[in-house]
Design a protein around this ligand. Sequence first.
Ligand SMILES: [Zn+2]
Length: 444
Amino acid sequence: MSDDGIMTTPPEFPIEDIAPTGDVVLDVKYSNGRRGYRVESSDLKKSSRYFRALLGSGFSEAKSVEEGLARLAIQGVKPSEAPADSLPHIEIEQDDVGSRVPSTYLFAAFPDLLRIVHGQAVTSVVKIRYLAALAVIADRFNCADAVSRTWASVVGNSKRTTWLQSPPPNYAPGIDSKLGLLEEEEIRQSILVSWIFNLPREMYVYTQALIRCGSRLWLLQEEEAGHQEDGAGLQEDDASLWGPWWDLPDGLEDELQRRRECIMATLASIPRHFLGLYLSRQRQCPLGSASCDSFHLGEMVKFLTRRWLVSLVDFSPNGAGHLPNAIAACASVQPNRILSILREMPGYQIDDSHKSCGPRRRMQRILDCMGFALASKSIPIDWDGWKTDRASASWFSSDAGHKVYTFRFDLHLTMDHFVNGLHGSEQLMKSMFTANEWDWTPEP
Ligand SMILES: [Zn+2]
């Protein structure tokens, strides 16, 4: 406090003019020091529900601003002409944000957020890590809408923007290696940014990428769940998975994981179904040949085990419940890769009279439809749907898995039914991917 009772700033505490004629100074404590920002309180209140509440009424901050401005008025000084260190100060704690966002990015993003709120361009180089920090802070201070409204002029068209210049790269996360970690982090940050700043196109592209490529975090969770069943202890938290984008908000994290699991379960059900058919007593060969069926069963087992889509496990203590690593690794590949492996199933026959026998031919149309389904608009998360009607957009069923639903592949289904935008295709896709059981060759 100075002699006249107005709060002043220690000399080592620099004040940046966001608004040179602003009436308030925000006093921000970063982990690496303090910094002041001269701002226009009316601009803050216009764009941010947080500041509207803070400076509105009831809070002590509002009262001290009022008193500070009243003191200036008594001295006959207009706030716009007053030196920054005689203006009322508001202390801003960044603790909860600071603990979740690297301080260097926080240091760049917070003043930029104030610039956006004041209708100015940002000064930082717009990289995804910076944008993610901006999104977290904008969310914290309740002014994401203001950023969204000015997105194109402020960030989107900036020549300094390096985000979205290239499509997200493909990666394969692994438990034992940190391969793909940076790519995944970038995709997760992009999802967070597009969700908070209302960017449906980017939301589409990046949620599709995460569902397609999978997540190191999900693999670790699955491994952990397996260990818990074994009675082994929990794994330590992985320090490389640090930051709010590793737990995407508003149900997105669970939904994305759920969609990937549904897709992988559906794909796995196709070879399982055909193995089941050829293992059953029911004759599969249209000519009624038992040796034809045995031949195809053998070929199928040979192919699927060699490609690590299936494993034969015996009753030995080390056998049951322990899958080869190569099988577990298949859980982290892209769905399209599984599809193309299944397409490679050989079409050998016992002789020429059995040309139309065997699983390869019978799977063909299922795999074709699946190819379309995997490329369809139903896989990624639709921003509007997730915002406005989450219950019907979600792939979690409301009855929490109590009901067993069997998806029956309609032999009359054609690729048209799986093509984007056709009426009912979204419902069809969802019912297929969220089923608990699948009958890929129902009786007509
Ligand atoms: Zn046959």
